[in-house]
Structures are given as C-alpha cells and as structure tokens.
Design a binder for this molecule. Structure first.
Ligand SMILES: [Ca+2]
Ligand SMILES: [Ca+2]
Length: 193
C-alpha cells in the first residue's frame, strides 16, 4: 500500500482523535493487544506458571517426580501436598489432557514394577464403590481410560492412578489403595490463580 493511500486514513484517525479521546485509547489498546498478545502466549510455558510447573491449556501442572524422584505419598497425603501449594490433585477433563499427562510421565519412571510408576490423580470411589467421582464432584463419564481389568478394587482400592502407556494411550489408569500405596502425584491449578 502506498503512502498516498494510507495518509488520508491516518489523518482521519488523528482528526477524529482530537475530538474523541476515547477513540485514541481504543486504538492504543488495540495496538497494545496486537503486540502484547502473542508474546504472552509464547512466553507462557515458562512465564505463566510457577517455576517447576508445566503449562497446558490454561492450567499449571505439578509433577511431584520433578521436585523429588524419591518422595512418594499415599493419595490423601498427595492431596494435602497439592493443597499446601494452593492447588489440588489433577482433574483430567478430556483426551488432550490425558495425552498431556501420559506423555509427561512417560520418562518419570522409578521402578521395574509398572504400577509403582503411577501418579495419583484426583478421582476416587471412596463414597460409593465403583462410582468414580473427580474431586470437583464430576462423576466420571468416559470409562475407557482404565487399563484392562481395572478398576478391580483389589484389596479395597478407591483412588485413581495415572500411568503412561506407549501401547494404548486410552489404557492409562488403575485403582490403587488410597492409604497403603505410596506413589508420585500430579497437582493442577488454573493459570490465573
Ligand atoms: Ca474401589
Ligand atoms: Ca486395581
């Protein structure tokens, strides 16, 4: 576009601006958003969440393995730990989030026993056996995330565990014993809090 075409428009904006200061503010805001928006997004992976937390779709995630590969806790202690961080255990709402979790924990292995490489998540059937409810009180609808033969309530298992599977990303969950099993855990908190 040539200057001759741009200038009249530019002048018009300036002239209008003299009469209507609010329009100036509008344009300045628009310009500011135009240039600050994208940079906020690109720097979000390290700028939006606390150090050591991972950003995904407007939430920040804490994988306890990253802080300590040796400290493991039962489900209740894990939830308390998340609480002390102003957070709670992760609630997995959709397949994208499931894939994010699964790929992140893929290399966070500490044991030759597959189940000991699991991470506590915020789902439980403590209230009613085999009615799995997320900690935000949403009853589980999608049940194909469970591994084959799980949940089996083996020895009274009432708390959900996420594992990583390279074979089938859908089969990435089992039930563990809330008090007896000690595992890593995942906290989630909204980005804005
Ligand atoms: Ca159970
Ligand atoms: Ca089980």
């Amino acid at each position: 576009m040539s200057w001759s075409k741009m200038t009249p428009r530019f002048l018009t904006v300036l002239l209008e601006a003299k009469v209507m200061p609010s329009r100036v503010r509008f344009w300045l805001d628009a310009i500011f958003l135009r240039f600050s928006g994208p940079s906020t997004i690109t720097s979000g992976s390290c700028g939006g969440c606390l150090p050591g937390w991972a950003l995904f779709n407007s939430s920040c995630y804490f994988f306890s393995y990253i802080e300590s590969s040796t400290v493991k806790k039962n489900w209740h202690q894990s939830r308390e730990d998340c609480g002390s961080r102003g957070s709670d255990l992760v609630v997995i709402d959709d397949q994208e989030e499931q894939k994010f979790i699964s790929s992140n924990i893929q290399n966070m292995k500490t044991s030759g026993q597959w189940w000991e490489n699991g991470f506590w998540i915020g789902i439980t059937d403590i209230e009613t056996e085999n009615r799995w409810v997320w900690i935000n009180n949403v009853t589980e609808v999608e049940q194909r995330y469970w591994m084959d033969g799980e949940p089996n309530n083996h020895g009274k298992e009432d708390c959900g565990v996420a594992v990583s599977s390279i074979f089938n990303p859908w089969k990435t969950r089992f039930d563990g014993h809330c008090n007896r099993h000690n595992l890593h855990w995942i906290c989630e908190t909204p980005l804005t809090s």
